[in-house]
Design a protein around this ligand. Structure first.
Ligand code: GLC
Length: 552
């Protein structure tokens, strides 16, 4: 489909600087002007405030859209690489645009699903913060940043609301899980209702929303080169409020963030309470993104210091205690228990008998991953897709760990990808364990929904991780699988079964993030420089003492 209007695509490159991508094989395929290579440091390497001294524009202009928006409304792909976009791309754009939500005439987000066939709407007619992320990235990559800016500002306003559950007041910084625009056709007014967890199933506040908001603010800044949004007092305050929530001191002995079940993408009871990998990885990424955007004024400075210390402790903790590979599993298997004092090897007193049988077979000789959770006497060995991919993108995973995660994908392709990319977690829990862990949740039966279901939205995260680790062939293979079914099946929310072969029992159709996730994956693979808006360089230079500057 090369008719521009029909495909909905515009020709845009992202701001991502080429030096940042130099390590990746894929960039060799890129036909980028040499000009960009002149940049010595990427956006991440410099603080916003530093850039604003010189307004940063000269530097950014070198990097973003050198051949940028063509001016012709042609699909980027066909213009640049004489590459025909897959026919699904045009359909996907059309569906994505149909999901747009307007507030007083301005687009502010996309609804979760546009499924007319489904009898019950539940809350799928709302704009979810986490669901909007792939939509936002698709719009940014397509040179349409306004909707993303509107969304960021609208949700920032919502953050300012007073939030109560019964008689209890939530922390000031909490961001909503979702919001809904109510149109009154008679009075011609639009109003917003938001949910901070007080209407959600289980009444849990979304810990991930604030992190996604920060990550998206950086993606917007990086993609547009517009530093002014992140620099506004409102955005600076919004970031600080989110950070206050997660950097506050308490009784913690770990740098990880303690969470309730259901506080993230997996928003029902699934035994992820404690220190779930998804939240820890997003936390790490949001901290690093904040660091690149916080001003070094009196208020900002204090946060920068706290962030640096936390990042240092968090990366050490995650890389040491959440990481598992063949060697590490063997070590845990041989752990002694009841060790006391600083010399203990088995610090969390994990009883080797609690290691589930499946993990011994699942663990390849080559490969590894961050496990689901670590807390006293409890290691959740399940593999979670989002946490592992975000760990790669944020460089929470060392380069060696990142490659090992990709090795695991290859070694356990059937289990983790099967016939539809990709499993939200592996393996499913069943029988007695399912009863205890999920509380007999009929939506989360084995190999369905959050319990080992396959979620097409995760394709964009997998693709970004593949690009970062220089393994685009893995993404290509996954995208091909998705292309064989997604459109035909009406863009389901999730698939069921050990191989992800069946459309999910209660899956919505025309699920927006399945559509947007596919588009983002396609656009990144076609122009890997786009992935710069969502991935961060290795943090080797991250030091506990702040000698601010070049590491971000
Ligand atoms: C389900 C998912 C959640 C998502 C929401 C809207 O509740 O578990 O992650 O945000 O649907 O799509």
């Amino acid at each position: 489909m090369d008719a521009p209007k029909e495909s909905g695509l515009r020709n845009v490159s992202s701001v991502c600087s080429i030096p940042e991508m130099d390590d990746f094989d894929l960039t060799k395929l890129l036909d980028k002007p040499k000009l960009t290579i002149k940049r010595e440091r990427s956006f991440d390497e410099r603080s916003l405030s530093e850039m604003s001294l010189s307004r940063g524009l000269d530097n950014l202009e070198l990097a973003y859209s050198p051949g940028g928006r063509s001016g012709f409304d042609t699909p980027g792909s066909s213009a640049r690489n004489s590459f025909e976009p897959h026919p699904m791309v045009a359909e996907a754009w059309e569906s994505l645009r149909r999901s747009l939500v307007h507030f007083r005439g301005q687009p502010v987000g996309t609804i979760a699903a546009y499924d007319h066939a489904s009898e019950e709407v539940l809350n799928y007619d709302q704009v979810f913060v986490r669901d909007f992320v792939p939509s936002a990235l698709a719009f940014l990559m397509n040179g349409e940043p306004d909707i993303v800016k509107n969304f960021l500002l609208k949700t920032l306003q919502l953050q300012g609301w007073e939030k109560r559950i019964d008689k209890f007041r939530l922390g000031e910084g909490a961001m909503p899980a979702s919001f809904k625009v109510l149109h009154d056709p008679e009075r011609k007014t639009d109003t917003i209702v938001a949910d901070f967890g007080e209407s959600a199933i289980g009444r849990v506040a979304p810990v991930d929303s604030g992190f996604w908001w920060i990550i998206l603010l950086r993606a917007y800044t990086k993609s547009t080169g517009d530093l002014t949004l992140a620099e506004t007092p409102e955005c600076q305050k919004g970031m600080r409020l989110i950070l206050t929530l997660c950097l506050s001191e308490g009784f913690d002995t770990f740098p990880t963030l303690l969470c309730a079940d259901g506080c993230s993408m997996i928003d029902r009871r699934m035994g992820i309470y404690g220190y779930p990998i998804e939240i820890q990885a997003l936390f790490f990424m949001a901290l690093r993104c904040s660091l690149s955007m916080l001003k070094h004024d009196t208020e900002g400075k204090e946060f920068v210091e706290r962030i640096m210390k936390r990042l240092h402790a968090l990366s050490f903790h995650m890389r040491s205690y959440f990481w598992i590979d063949f060697q590490q599993l063997n070590d845990i298997y041989r752990y002694k228990t009841e060790e006391y004092s600083h010399t203990a090897v088995n610090k969390f007193n994990v009883i080797p008998d609690s290691i589930p049988d499946w993990v011994f077979d699942f663990m390849p000789t080559r490969g590894g991953y961050f496990i689901g959770n670590v807390s006293p006497a409890r290691m959740d060995f399940r593999w979670f897709a989002l946490g592992n991919c975000v760990a790669i993108l944020s460089s929470l995973a060392t380069p060696e760990q990142a490659s090992a995660i990709m090795d695991l994908f290859e070694a356990r392709w059937e289990e983790l990808v099967g016939e539809m990319p990709i499993k939200i977690c592996y393996p499913a829990i069943e029988s007695h364990e399912w009863r205890i862990v999920t509380g007999c949740d009929p939506k989360n039966t084995r190999w369905s929904y959050h319990n080992g279901g396959s979620w097409p939205v995760l394709l964009w995260l997998l693709t970004a991780a593949c690009i970062k680790t220089g393994r685009p062939q893995i993404a290509r293979r996954a995208i091909e699988l998705a292309e064989s079914r997604l459109l035909k099946d009406g863009w389901p929310e999730y698939y069921d079964g050990k191989l992800g072969r069946y459309i999910g029992k209660q899956a919505r159709k025309y699920q927006t993030w399945s559509i947007a996730g596919y588009l983002v994956a396609k656009m990144m693979l076609e122009d890997p420089s786009h992935s710069g808006m969502i991935s961060l360089e290795d943090d080797r230079q991250l030091k506990p003492i702040i000698k601010r500057s070049y590491s971000f």
